[in-house]
Write a protein that binds this ligand. Structure first.
Ligand SMILES: Nc1nc2c(ncn2[C@@H]2O[C@H](COP(=O)(O)OP(=O)(O)OP(=O)(O)O)[C@@H](O)[C@H]2O)c(=O)[nH]1
Length: 323
């Protein structure tokens, strides 16, 4: 049985004294499934890289002799190179400590196999040894899965438009922090059920997709089009200007929805009711914005097909009516 050395803090935490381990260090490094890179500071000369590093970066062994060369050949953007250099310089400047950890970073690299990869970089500066030791993991597939999950979570699968969750997040990220003005337009198609019943659900799906495309083309890139579900859509107009401009956009939406659409050999002219509410003129937070637009939509539905109305109880000057 081996006696555990207690000479140093680090030795005390190991299960074997270093002298038993050191002869195997190279084999251990080479067997590690994560990329390892040792760099001499301050010159940035590469002292060692293991096979997992070569495999992740996709270049032949020994290709990189310096940190600068690694940055130049694998990072696409100057700003990313500069940020990384600065991180290393800052870490190396933390003298008086035994080691300084670099913040973990996800990086997009251009690999030797001519493809982008996403890697996770971690590292430490060992000040007494003047060494920078870094580890790399290829997280490309994790990133891709993450993006896929985000798409599932934030996109309406039928139309590819944003869904209700994405709408709320957009508000929280893009609008609420800076209190940008928006107009929320709730749209509910008129007489969609009979079309579904007559032409079938697949034709109904095709119609919803086409109308989603039309809505997207009707507004600017900076606006958001979303499907809440069923035959309900939302358009969020970012910084829409005054009430007249919003009224013009609503009229354009109604016009574009109404243009002839051929589905299953039948030419359809779709009408929709809309409820419109402006932030901050008519509502001061998300709940009241949505609630008032919904009230307006409800009233529009009660007034008849193809009607759109402003939210009730508005604060501010008179707005033009939409029907
Ligand atoms: N094709 C298709 N139909 C759907 C989908 N989701 C909901 N629906 C149908 O959409 C219809 C929506 O109902 P309503 O809003 O009452 O339909 P409507 O005839 O437009 O009613 P009004 O708004 O009063 O004019 C229902 O028949 C649902 O079954 C979908 O993803 N695809």
């Amino acid at each position: 049985m081996t006696v555990i050395s207690s000479e140093t803090d680090s030795a005390a935490s190991m299960s074997l004294p270093l002298k038993y381990v050191l002869p195997h260090l190279e084999q251990v490094m080479c067997a590690m499934p994560i990329g390892v890179l040792w760099v001499q500071l301050p010159e940035g000369q590469v002292l060692f890289s293991n096979p997992a590093f070569d495999q992740i970066f996709g270049y032949p062994k020994g290709r990189f002799t310096s940190l600068d060369q690694l940055l130049e050949e694998t990072m696409r953007f100057d700003v990313q190179r500069e940020q990384l250099r600065q991180t290393w310089v800052d870490a190396a400047a933390q003298v008086g400590q035994r080691c300084t950890a670099l913040p973990g970073r996800e990086l997009d690299i251009w690999s030797g196999e001519d493809e982008f990869k996403t890697i996770l970089q971690n590292g430490k500066v060992l000040h007494d040894q003047q060494l920078l030791v870094m580890t790399y993991m290829d997280i490309t597939s994790i990133r891709q899965n993450h993006q896929l999950l985000r798409e599932y979570a934030y996109k309406d699968p039928l139309t590819g438009l944003a869904n209700r969750r994405a709408l709320k997040e957009w508000w929280e990220r893009e609008i609420w922090p800076e209190k940008h003005s928006v107009a929320l337009v709730l749209i509910d198609l008129d007489g969609f059920k009979p079309i579904n019943d007559r032409l079938g659900h697949t034709a109904g799906d095709a119609l919803l997709r086409r109308l989603g495309e039309r809505l997207t083309k009707t507004v600017r890139d900076r606006d958001l089009v979303c499907r809440l579900g069923g035959d309900e859509f939302v358009v969020m107009l970012r910084r829409p200007g005054n009430a007249e401009t919003v009224a013009t956009v609503c009229a354009r939406i109604a016009h574009n929805l109404h243009r002839a659409i051929q589905i299953e050999g039948e030419v359809l002219h779709i009408q929709a009711c809309m409820g419109v509410c402006q932030f901050p003129e008519q509502a001061l937070d998300w709940d009241s914005l949505f609630h008032r637009a919904d009230q307006a939509l409800y009233a529009a539905k009660a007034s008849g097909r193809g009607t759109w109305l402003w939210a009730p109880e508005r604060v501010g000057p008179e707005l033009p009516t939409g029907d």
